[in-house]
Write a protein that binds this ligand. Structure first.
Ligand code: NAD
Ligand code: GLY
Length: 357
């Protein structure tokens, strides 16, 4: 088993990463001092796959388990669904000490995390991420949120989990699209923080795509480690943490302008290349490094070119994004592979030029 420590003073916690670790959840919770009652929040897809295994690890350790389900889908990240969950928690007499176990992808993690942060002013949260994106990104760092109208992820809190239990085996049931959503974020960590990690990805991309356990464990571990390092330096997203949004300025615009027909991973992949091209055209990122990144993204099965979308719509979407500060579009640009900088000074004409290329 690999462990990543997220160092946040009295809110510190660990992510435990291994194959088959779901079956150790009961033991781990007992060791962490939990007793008696736990509530699992999940969806029917994940419950069908992993609900029973999780319950079977909890009951022999003396836990009484209540499982609450929400339908699958991003639209469940809502105040309405949170409200329904508050009622259900009250009905099953969940108390201040009752941990909520978020079993699922980023949607469940964000929603259950939001509910844990607010129910009775905060109950313990355990993240059990089951998608690659959730394992390398959303389960770590304590951002919990629901969407509200146009406000995506804007009603939320910083609420750290007590423990993250990452079972690599759960990735075996993911479809390719959901896997590649996570892979785009994994590549992101290499570009923003660690060129050596990018080299590892280049050498092992086929093993990763074929779900080789050792390779998966390595990339989840290193990604979680990088996220933990960034979050430890800037938990509340005041400066450095913004680099985790590399590729997301253009990425979010593509998702929104395409009415979410282009998936998150694909959009972020195109966004990472757009940002790298902007940096290259500004005379910063070398041509060699740009080509190297393009090649890795292609090998990962992700796109590098824009789908048929109007550039004006993309620019407008960028101008309405949460990364806009005082009317300026904020970009995270690679200086070299492994190091990025944050800037609000990219000319609109350069953005247009890169998007039209
Ligand atoms: P998701 O949670 O919707 O999961 C994708 C699909 O995979 C769903 O249909 C789900 O039911 C299914 N699924 C989950 N685990 C599975 C498994 N092991 N096998 C088969 N199917 C499985 O999507 P996601 O990509 O995991 O997360 C996206 C969400 O994460 C978005 O809401 C985004 O805003 C949020 N997010 C949050 C943070 C953060 O820091 N909090 C960071 C990145 C993304
Ligand atoms: N996923 C971006 C962050 O956690 O800050």
């Amino acid at each position: 088993m690999k462990k990543v420590k997220i160092k946040l003073g009295s809110n510190s916690y660990e992510a435990h990463i291994d194959s088959g670790i779901l079956s150790q959840t009961g033991r781990k919770l007992k060791k962490a001092g939990f007793v008696d009652k736990v509530v699992i929040i999940t969806n029917p897809v994940v419950k069908g796959l992993y609900g029973e295994a999780l319950e079977q690890s909890l009951t022999p350790e003396g836990f009484t388990v209540t499982t609450l389900q929400v339908p699958d889908g991003e639209e469940q990240k809502s105040l309405e669904t949170a409200g329904r969950l508050y009622h259900e928690l009250a009905n099953c007499h969940a108390e201040r000490t009752t941990p909520i176990l978020a079993l699922g992808g980023g949607v469940i993690g964000d929603l259950a995390g939001f509910v844990a942060a607010t129910y009775l002013r905060g109950v313990p949260l355990i993240q059990i991420p089951t998608t690659l994106l959730a394992q390398v990104d959303s389960s770590i760092g304590g951002k919990v949120a629901v969407d509200h109208g146009q406000l995506k992820n804007k009603i939320g809190a910083f609420y750290q989990p007590r423990l993250v239990i990452t079972d690599i085996d759960t990735l075996k049931t993911l479809d390719n699209k959901t896997l590649s959503d996570g892979l785009a974020e994994v590549i992101k960590y290499g570009v923003i923080w660690d060129k050596g990690f990018l080299t590892y990805l280049e050498k092992n991309i086929d093993r990763i795509k074929s779900l080789n356990e050792e390779a998966l464990e390595e990339i989840i571990f290193r990604s979680a480690e990088i996220k933990a390092e960034v979050v430890a330096k800037d938990e509340k997203d005041l400066n450095l943490r913004a680099i985790l949004n590399y590729g997301h300025t253009v990425g979010h615009a593509i998702e929104s302008a395409s009415d979410f027909r282009v998936g998150h991973g694909e959009a972020v992949a195109i966004g990472m290349i757009a940002a790298a091209r902007i940096s290259n055209k500004m005379g910063i990122l070398s041509e060699n490094e740009l080509l190297r990144l393009e090649s890795l993204i292609k090998q990962a099965g992700l796109p590098t070119k824009l789908p048929e979308l109007k550039v004006e719509e993309l620019i407008s979407a960028m101008q309405h994004d949460k990364k806009v500060l005082m009317g300026k579009i904020r970009f995270i640009l690679p200086e070299v592979l492994g190091k990025v900088f944050i800037t609000d000074e990219v000319n609109l004409s350069l953005i247009e030029q890169v998007l039209l290329d």
